[in-house]
Design a protein around this ligand. Structure first.
Ligand SMILES: *Cc1c(COP(=O)(O)O)cnc(C)c1O
Length: 244
């Protein structure tokens, strides 16, 4: 391969497009479903757009992507106006929700996927009620004892599920987890399996508890094999993030 000698953007190292990345992720999603004996439409692909500009979201949307995830309320608040004309774009919050942001979150997001306390649930429910909406939520479960991780401990999950289920303006849609950082790829499997077991255990009492949001760029095929219904993929679609 001959590289250009001038410092122009190098065509050989040019990043592949978001549309091409999406195609590849969709293929890998379908292949993992086939291995697991599941139908590809049982698993939704969420494109995680945090730190990426509105233009990248637009590009993914043009390639057919509709479900997106952002980590911070303010970041989405800043990007949303530019994307207001994208019909059917569904943005979920996948980062921690502070109690003073529940009002904005209920207004700006199509779903909150990181609910982990009754206090936040009650505030979010009032916010959704005053907007006359029913907001789908996932409860985030913490499956490792790491201090820094968000989420409710499995022992406290039953009580939280009961509380959330009793709130009329929230719809308890499922569970979400982020395995510990050191559990890369295949090592995350036990965490994914545990989340599915918890869902299976609690969906008897809470029949709307259906979704399992688990699996990211490095491990989503494993998560699909373990029953994931929503994979959250950032890097494999949008490329590397600048450190923040
Ligand atoms: C950033 C993020 C993702 C996406 O991670 P990638 O490794 O870039 O695919 C998924 N879930 C959560 C909660 C995140 O914060």
């Amino acid at each position: 391969m001959v590289f250009p000698s001038k410092p122009y953007p190098c065509p050989y190292t040019e990043a592949v497009s978001i549309a091409e990345n999406l195609d590849r992720v969709r293929e890998e999603l379908a292949a993992a479903c086939a291995r697991a004996g599941r139908k590809p439409d049982e698993v939704r692909l969420m494109a995680v757009s945090k730190t990426h500009p509105p233009a990248s979201i637009q590009e993914a949307y043009a390639a057919g992507q509709r479900l997106f995830g952002e980590n911070r309320v303010q970041e989405w608040q800043a990007k949303a106006p530019e994307l207001a004309d994208l019909d059917g774009l569904e943005m979920h919050l996948i980062g921690p929700l502070q109690n003073n942001k529940t009002g904005k979150a209920a207004e700006l997001f199509g779903g909150i996927d990181t609910l982990d306390s009754a206090k936040t649930a009650i505030r979010l429910n009032s916010a959704a009620a005053s907007l006359h909406r029913v907001l789908p939520v996932l409860v985030e479960v913490k499956l490792s004892p790491e201090e820094t991780k968000h989420g409710v401990a499995p022992a406290e999950l039953p009580a939280l599920l009961d509380e959330v289920a009793a709130l009329g303006s929230l719809r308890l849609a499922g569970l979400m987890t982020v395995p510990p950082l050191e559990a890369q790829a295949g090592a995350a499997r036990p965490y994914f399996r545990r989340l599915r077991e918890l869902r299976d255990e609690h969906c008897v009492q809470h029949p709307t508890l259906r979704d399992l949001s688990m699996g990211m760029s490095g491990d989503f095929p494993v998560a699909i094999e373990e029953g994931s219904t929503i994979i959250r993929v950032g890097t494999a679609i949008f490329g590397r993030r600048e450190p923040v």
